[in-house]
Design a protein around this ligand. Structure first.
Ligand SMILES: NC(=O)c1ccc[n+]([C@@H]2O[C@H](COP(=O)([O-])OP(=O)(O)OC[C@H]3O[C@@H](n4cnc5c(N)ncnc54)[C@H](OP(=O)(O)O)[C@@H]3O)[C@@H](O)[C@H]2O)c1
Length: 226
């Protein structure tokens, strides 16, 4: 029987790359986007689709997923960068709410709603819960304040995952830095393609065991210092 994965934030960039990667691996892929054009494109690729805007307070209540589907893996990809300003600028309320609500609230809602529902991949292989973070969320490696708000949001997402992983001893959780990837967010000068990043992320998820739940990894499966 095919495994089921849900990819949240799959309209473009790394999320879309993950849809293609998991389809090529033979999984049943459920993917989310926020507009009809991208939902149609994802469906044309072969994914089952659902509308999700992770900033919506009711997004988990508005899901249109079949009631009988259980996911063996979930990857939360949705994210925004927001203002690149550093610590010299007070974030505006709008900037703060936009970035924190997407990157932190969205991830917390996804964990709370889906973690209790995940099903193990197979005998001896736990369910997997990955969230796409950034190396910019590492506190010990912060060497500047560029993208201050984004850094704080990804450190918050990391904590959301790490803390919650204690509540689900049968799920393998991780946060994954995807590399500096050629997407709308990463820009054309980035040094990793969407395909390379997506393949790497899928391999990290595949190798993830209960022994390394609560980990912070790169798409090349290296541990990142918190
Ligand atoms: N690219 C990099 O170099 C890099 C490096 C480190 C970490 N990351 C992380 O990787 C993840 C994917 O980024 P990307 O590079 O693929 O960026 P991207 O091309 O800008 O894609 C961002 C994705 O997030 C979705 N999204 C944004 N706000 C959302 C919301 N409120 N609800 C649902 N979906 C939402 C977007 O959907 P819409 O099309 O609807 O806007 C889009 O699918 C992000 O979490 C990012 O922080 C990227």
């Amino acid at each position: 029987m095919k495994n089921n994965i849900l990819i949240i934030g799959a309209s473009r960039g790394i999320g879309r790359g993950l849809v293609q990667e998991y389809l090529s691996l033979g999984w049943n892929v459920y993917a989310s986007a926020r507009d009809q054009l991208h939902l149609d494109e994802l469906r044309a690729l072969g994914a089952h689709v659902t509308h999700i805007d992770v900033t919506d307070s009711n997004w988990v209540k508005l899901l249109t997923l079949p009631a009988d589907v259980s996911f063996n893996a979930l990857i939360f990809v949705a994210g925004v960068f927001g203002s690149p300003s550093g610590s010299q600028s007070i974030p505006t309320r709008e900037e703060f709410d936009f970035v924190m609500r997407t990157n932190v609230y969205g991830a917390m809602a996804a964990i709370s709603h889906f973690a209790p529902k995940l099903k193990r991949v197979s005998e001896g292989l736990p369910a997997k819960f990955g969230l796409i973070t950034s190396g910019m969320g590492s506190i010990s490696q912060a060497q500047g304040s560029y993208g201050w708000l984004y850094r704080v949001s990804k450190a918050g997402l990391n904590m959301a995952m790490k803390a919650a992983s204690n509540d689900y001893p049968n799920i393998a959780f991780t946060v994954i830095h995807p590399g500096w990837v050629k997407t709308a967010m990463g820009g054309a000068g980035a040094n990793v393609s969407v395909e390379q990043s997506s393949k790497g992320i899928a391999q990290v998820i595949s190798k993830l065991s209960l022994n390394d739940t609560g980990s912070y990894k790169t798409f090349e499966n290296q541990n990142i210092p918190w």
